[in-house]
Design a protein around this ligand. Structure first.
Ligand code: FAD
Ligand code: NAD
Length: 476
């Protein structure tokens, strides 16, 4: 007989596992279907984010930054180190231990909250008197489970390009690029987006010569122009990332000795020889074998499950959240949708404000923003005032030897409401939180200007940027 639940979540990435936990907290009998297997063949919770995304990439980021600190940055502090070596196998073992700790942590949370993990691939097959029916196919015979409400959180997978077969050995997507056994001498990256920049930077810090081929003629088009300009200067200058904009990829040949990529830039045919190639050209929603057609679940032209502002699909009591629906493909966006949907199913009122979702690119320095860019405000015709303040004259930043970048605040010219905050700095991912809180509470630049910020701290730069909106920065 089919197992019955109040809620079944399909997918245990950050969107799905959080939805399952919140549903259980609210007293619902919850289950989560998850098919992920580690390279060792063990089932694992956590999805892309924990297994091959946010968590492992940030572990490698820290290792590579430490290596760079030792080899290039400590000297100015009077610390000399000789014979620093990078042990890639040990760095990878550390990364894998962090991933295992996190994924096992979710198993613990499932047990603690009484959530059933239905191991295997979930397919919507129909409806019965008990609700929606889902077939779960794991290692054994397929089983059926039923629930009044279903939350689809099947996430996304790397987009691949025709004629460029990814084997995750020589030509890699995020999965292979997070598991190199040694530092490639020459690393090619197709796509200078978030993954390309983050992972390209990791391997550059460890000594790879990195060339990135980007189709668009502009760099980091989603970021505020002043931030992308500053980042371009740092990445292609001091950091020597070779980023080719407007590159049209042609034939790609992989052999024993590496990869040859033919591409065209400014009408000229060129060729890139590299030892490994990373393809990071965006991600596509994952609805493979989900059975959308079995139940009439609507999927849009780009492959995303169609949902409204509350993540309701076209079918009663079927919701979809995270990377498989519209909006930014970010773990924290999916998590908040998970909480919202569980609360809606429990009969509560809930919403997610997509306008105050922070973006962070974990390069060095980091790039973070929330809200509108200056170019968006211009396009919309919204009157605004801008305040900008650099880290170069901030005492804490000087002490840390991390003075690159600035904070830029954009506020409505008439109401002074903060419309966007853009930061480029080593600790931008932490600093942006204050701006998110301010915007969620619909604060004005004057509110931030009048709040006491600790001295000496990097947050003083946000304070000064707020003052600068009214042309009254104090330290400049
Ligand atoms: P996923 O994490 O993709 O999880 C979906 C899960 O569903 C998977 O476990 C999959 O096995 C399972 N599944 C799919 N179909 C079925 C089925 N039919 N039956 C059973 N199970 C199924 N975001 C950030 O916010 N910050 C970062 O720093 C960041 N870094 C990233 C770095 C990299 C290299 C990558 C690739 C991504 C990164 N992201 C980051 C994006 C982030 O990983 C995703 O936005 C997030 O994982 C989406 O969560 P999700 O739960 O929607 O989907
Ligand atoms: P992306 O959209 O950030 O960047 C892809 C880049 O590839 C773009 O600049 C695009 O113009 C370029 N491109 C597309 N087709 C191309 C082609 N044929 N040739 C050359 N360039 C091409 O996507 P991504 O870097 O793959 O990352 C996917 C998503 O994962 C991100 O959008 C983000 O939502 C998420 N992510 C987030 C973080 C974070 O929050 N720090 C980190 C990694 C990934």
């Amino acid at each position: 007989m089919a197992q019955t639940f109040d809620v079944i979540v399909i997918g245990a990435g950050p969107a799905g596992y959080i939805a399952a936990i919140r549903a259980a907290q609210l007293g619902m009998k919850s289950a989560c279907v998850e098919s992920w297997k580690t390279p060792q063949g063990e089932g694992a919770l956590g999805g892309t984010c924990l297994n091959v995304g946010c968590i492992p990439s940030k572990a490698l980021l820290e290792s590579s930054e430490n290596y760079e600190r030792v080899t290039r940055k400590f000297e100015s502090h009077g610390i000399s180190v000789s014979g620093a070596k990078m042990d890639v196998a040990r760095m990878m073992a550390r990364k894998e231990a962090i991933v295992a700790k996190m994924t096992k942590g979710i198993e613990y949370l499932f047990k603690k909250n009484g959530i059933a993990w239905l191991r295997g691939h979930g397919t919507l097959i129909g409806k019965s008197a008990n609700g929606w029916q889902i077939e779960v196919k794991g290692d054994g015979p397929a089983e059926t489970a039923e629930a009044k409400a279903v939350i689809i959180a099947t996430g996304s997978k790397a987009r691949h390009l025709p004629g460029i077969p990814v084997d995750n050995e020589t030509i890699c997507d995020n999965v292979g690029a997070l598991a190199f056994k040694e530092v490639p001498k020459r690393l090619g990256v197709i796509g200078a987006g978030v993954i390309g920049l983050e992972l390209g930077s990791v391997w550059r810090r460890l000594g790879a010569q990195v060339t990135m081929l980007e189709a668009l003629p502009v760099f980091l088009g989603a970021a505020d122009e002043s931030v992308s300009k500053a980042a371009w200067k740092i990445f292609t200058g001091r950091q020597q990332l070779d980023i080719r904009l407007g590159a049209q990829i042609g034939k790609v040949d992989a052999g024993k000795k590496g990869v040859t990529v033919e591409f065209e830039q400014d009408g000229k045919g060129q060729r890139l020889e590299c030892d490994k190639l990373v393809v990071a050209v965006g991600r596509v929603p994952n609805t493979d074998g989900l059975g959308a057609e079995n139940v009439g679940l609507k999927i849009d032209a780009r492959g995303f499950i169609e949902v409204d502002a509350h993540c309701r699909s076209n079918l009663h009591n079927i919701f979809a959240i995270g990377d498989v629906v519209r909006g930014p493909m970010l773990a924290h966006k999916g998590e908040e949708e998970g909480v919202m949907v569980a609360e809606l199913i429990a009969g509560q009122k809930a919403h997610v404000n997509l306008d105050t979702i922070p973006w962070v690119i974990y390069t060095s320095p980091e790039i973070a923003w929330v809200g509108r860019t200056e170019q968006q405000l211009k396009e919309e015709g919204t009157p605004y005032r801008a305040g900008q303040f650099p880290f170069t004259i901030n005492g804490r930043a000087l002490g840390q030897d991390e003075t690159e970048g600035f904070v830029k605040m954009l506020a409505h010219a008439k109401t002074d409401e903060i419309l966007g905050v853009h930061i480029i700095n080593t600790h931008a991912s932490e600093l942006i939180a204050e701006a998110v809180v301010a915007m969620e509470f619909r604060a004005c630049s004057e509110d931030i200007a009048r709040i006491v910020h600790a001295h000496p701290s990097l947050s003083e730069v946000l304070h000064e940027a707020a003052l600068a909106v009214d042309n009254r920065a104090l330290n400049m």
